[in-house]
Write a protein that binds this ligand. Structure first.
Ligand code: ADP
Ligand code: ZN
Length: 519
């Protein structure tokens, strides 16, 4: 026999069955328990509070920072015959009073409220007088400063628990690494809440990372392998979006730009074409994607480094919603790391914030440089353990070769040190390779002990070594953005020969595969 929750799922929402842990979550909350729900975007979080709202007496209060989406959610519920409304700054005074009146009269089953609105004395009074079924706190990561969209008002939501201890609470989020999760529990006083963590794995997405040498040619080759398919190419800046989309159009690719600096009408038209036509490549900043539900996006390419693992997961997660094979492709080089490090250092944020952003960037670099399974690394970031390597990422399919680079790393680090930690890869390589050009001579760097000690590697190979040394934290770009490299506290052990260094071999993957096939 179907449970009451299932009956509501079928009769109100018209779906035959629950997904994943929805039923367990719904029954727990409907029974009066607190819950913390971690589920990827598109996993079906809304039903986890909407159905308990219908099963319990009173109205559910849904706290959400996304004012723009409230109207849509309320419209969708009304279509299904559920009494729902929202309170936020977009309503005029009369409309607001009308919603409050219906809420107080017990005529609503769901009320969406912006946090700053809910926390007003006026609103809390209303809550105290009306019957409330539960509090749902959507986008719960907003409570955390580790998260990417911290909202100070979320911190005050503990007030709900203090004033209304008997009303169950359900906090939901799609992005929470371990520190964020701990912070949510602590800040929202959810210590006794049951945690429901859905898998973040997207097994049909194949992850690939390539070293940038000629970005345009690499992108073109990648797109060539996906001709006629829909996909997204993410760039860091608006200018780059314009450049790349224009260039791709000239190359015969159906490419359209999308970024927040464009005329709103054109932006909307481009989005519509991407959704409706087959085989459109959207070249976009991360402004593109929120709320886009296109099932057959076959690839997501990053031609610049994303800012964090959360960002990377969200953006790549737009591929393959239909469950069919899809590809996530990241092309990056040392210059990207330098650019992002500079962005962070020169931003207006405080020191604490900068440290957090820098750590997030380092996590991403670790992912980009790992020689192990990418999916295991990605899921581990979200606190999930994948028992076996996935078999569907570049490192699994074509295992990279590593080599003992301890001596080479020592040469590189001591060259950085001897030249005063004031130079970038170009000059360092010239010194290491013993090329006494004018600059080297005028600086007296041809007289350094590290001059010419690295002739065994060519320029390209040195660039790869330096990039990997940055990615594994043995060198760091300075804050000025000139690409100057400095030592880190971790460099010392390597310089002293106490810590071996293994690096990925730089041979072109295609070449290596060909070699192996011949053998
Ligand atoms: P989230 O908030 O986790 O991103 P949503 O709640 O918006 O996800 O749900 C994503 C989509 O999946 C919606 O279109 C929703 O109607 C649909 N959905 C959710 N649960 C089910 C289910 N049990 N059966 C079928 N469709 C579902
Ligand atoms: Zn793998």
């Amino acid at each position: 026999m179907a449970s009451r929750a299932e009956q509501v799922l079928q009769s109100v929402f018209g779906y035959p069955a629950f997904r994943g842990e929805q039923q367990a979550i719904i029954e727990h909350v409907a029974g009066g328990g607190d819950a913390l729900v971690l589920m990827p975007t598109g996993g079906g979080k809304s039903l986890c509070y909407q159905i308990p709202a219908l099963l319990r007496d009173g109205c559910a209060i849904v706290v959400s920072p996304l004012i723009a989406l409230m109207q849509d959610q309320v419209d969708a519920l009304r279509q299904l015959g559920v009494e729902a409304a929202f309170l936020n700054s977009s309503l005029d005074a009369a409309a607001q009073r009308e919603v409050e009146r219906r809420f107080a009269a017990g005529a609503l089953k769901l009320l969406y409220v912006a946090p700053e609105r809910l926390l007003t004395e006026r609103c809390l009074d209303l809550v105290a007088r009306a019957g409330v079924a539960l509090f749902a706190i959507d986008e719960a990561h907003c409570v955390s400063q580790w998260g990417h969209d911290f909202r100070p008002e979320y911190r005050q939501l503990t007030l709900l628990h203090e004033r209304f201890p008997l009303i169950p609470r359900i906090a939901l989020t799609a992005t929470a690494d371990a520190p964020t999760r701990r912070e949510i529990v602590e800040r929202l006083a959810l210590e006794s809440a049951r945690e429901f963590v859905a898998s973040f794995d997207r097994p049909n997405i194949r992850y690939r990372v390539v070293e940038k040498d000629d970005a345009r040619r690499q992108l073109k080759d990648f797109l060539g392998a996906h001709a006629g398919e829909s996909g997204i190419v993410y760039c860091l800046s608006r200018r780059k979006v314009d450049e790349i989309s224009e260039w791709l159009s000239g190359e015969g690719v159906t490419a359209l730009p999308y970024h927040a600096g464009m005329d709103a009408g054109l932006r909307a038209r481009n989005q519509q074409r991407f959704l409706r036509e087959d085989g459109v490549v959207m070249v976009a900043t991360i402004a593109f994607g929120m709320g886009i539900d296109k099932p057959d996006v076959r690839f997501v390419a990053h031609v610049d480094l994303p800012k964090s693992m959360e960002g990377y997961y969200q953006e790549t997660g737009r591929a393959g919603r239909d469950g069919l094979p899809a590809e996530a492709w990241l092309c990056y080089g040392l210059a990207d790391v330098v650019t992002l490090a500079q962005f962070i250092a020169q931003s207006e944020s405080g020191e604490e914030r900068k440290r957090v952003e820098r750590r997030k960037l380092d996590e991403l670099l670790g992912y980009a440089e790992t020689t192990a399974c990418r999916r295991q690394r990605l899921l581990a970031y979200f606190g999930e353990t994948l028992a076996e390597p996935c078999g569907n990422c570049d490192n699994c399919l074509d295992p990279p070769e590593t080599w003992d680079a301890s001596i080479v790393a020592q040469k590189a680090l001591s060259c950085v040190y001897r030249t005063g930690q004031r130079f970038g890869v170009g000059h360092l390589t010239t010194v290491l390779r013993g090329e006494a050009d004018e600059r080297v001579r005028s600086l007296g760097h041809d007289r350094l002990s590290t001059f010419g000690v690295g002739a065994e590697l060519d320029k390209q190979q040195w660039r790869g070594v330096f990039r990997q040394l940055v990615a594994i934290g043995l060198l760091t770009p300075d804050d000025e953005g000139y690409g100057t490299l400095r030592l880190t506290p971790a460099s010392r052990a390597v310089l002293r020969g106490e810590q071996p260094v293994h690096l990925r071999r730089q041979a072109d993957r295609g070449e290596r595969r060909a070699r192996r096939q011949q053998a």
